[in-house]
Design a protein around this ligand. Structure first.
Ligand code: 6CM
Length: 258
């Protein structure tokens, strides 16, 4: 870029991530914007047919029954509000591979295939086999991003992590014992601050995080619909409760990361 004179404002802001140089970048940017737009919509705004299938305190999980070629691809949308943690923290623990085995109970093995930048990676994961179906694996890019707070410009930023299936020439689909699944997942987090009335400094008691988790998983090959729906009904609430409890526990004695 041209050198700027003092006081001159750059016409284009600097790229937020070196990942912009990567061939996957146009897809990452497009899918992230699309997923965030959809995740921001309330359940009443994103079409009909959503059924509440799990509820526990502040957590609500909805699914819409959908099949493609006889395979269950039910979209899922969950909302949760968790006290004591921020959106930045939730996204860090969801994105960073070093924590994944701690909270991801269906995971058998995870490999980072490519680190595109600090906020963008490609993963290969194998998941535990669920009888009577074959074991599943998945290759996906994962991108974490800070989003400007549109409503309250002084309020904390929103954060998101989007995971989306991609291909790997070194790990072609369905080449070994696993059936490749295809997924799009969006975790969108909004921090709320409730400042203490007496003017004392903000502590974890004064923050909460509104979490929206959306996913569409195509099992990629035969899996009995009733078993798959039963697995999702059991595993998604377990995941969201376990993962958020993990973040609360990991951060409780740490400074707050806004
Ligand atoms: O979003 C979640 N986890 C992320 C990090 O691992 C990532 C990966 C998602 C993989 C989801 C696969 C779940 C299903 C695996 C079993 C399929 C069995 C099919 C046959 C059954 C008869 O986005 C949290 C994912 C929580 C899933 C419950």
């Amino acid at each position: 870029r041209d050198k700027l004179k003092t006081g001159q404002i750059p016409v284009t802001p600097p790229p937020t991530s070196p990942a912009v140089q990567h061939p996957l970048w146009p897809e990452v940017d497009r899918v992230v914007k699309q997923q965030v737009t959809m995740a921001k919509m309330g359940i009443g705004e994103c079409g009909t047919g959503w059924q509440l299938f799990a509820e526990d305190g502040e957590m609500k999980m909805y699914r819409r029954e959908e099949e493609v070629d006889g395979m269950v691809v039910d979209p899922l949308k969950a909302v949760h509000v968790v006290k004591g943690i921020t959106g930045h923290e939730v996204c860090n623990y969801f994105f960073n591979p070093k924590y994944r085995y701690d909270w991801e109970t269906t995971l058998e093995h995870m490999t980072v295939l490519e680190t595109i930048s600090d906020d963008t990676m490609v993963f290969l994961q194998t998941h535990k086999r669920i009888w009577p179906a074959s074991q599943r694996d998945v290759v996906f890019w994962s991108h974490m991003r800070k989003l400007p707070n549109g409503q309250d410009r002084d309020g904390p930023d929103m954060w998101t992590v989007v995971n989306n299936s991609t291909e790997s020439s070194e790990h072609p689909a369905n080449a070994g014992k696993c059936v490749r699944i295809y997924l799009t997942v969006c975790l969108l987090c909004q921090t709320r601050v409730h400042p203490p009335k007496d003017g004392t400094p903000i502590s974890r008691d004064n923050v909460s995080c509104k979490i929206t988790y959306c996913s569409v998983v195509n099992p990629g090959g035969w899996a009995p619909a009733s078993v798959l729906r039963a697995v999702y009904k059991r595993e998604y609430p377990k995941f969201l409760k376990r993962f958020t409890a993990y973040v609360v526990n990991q951060t409780k004695n740490q400074p707050i990361l806004f």
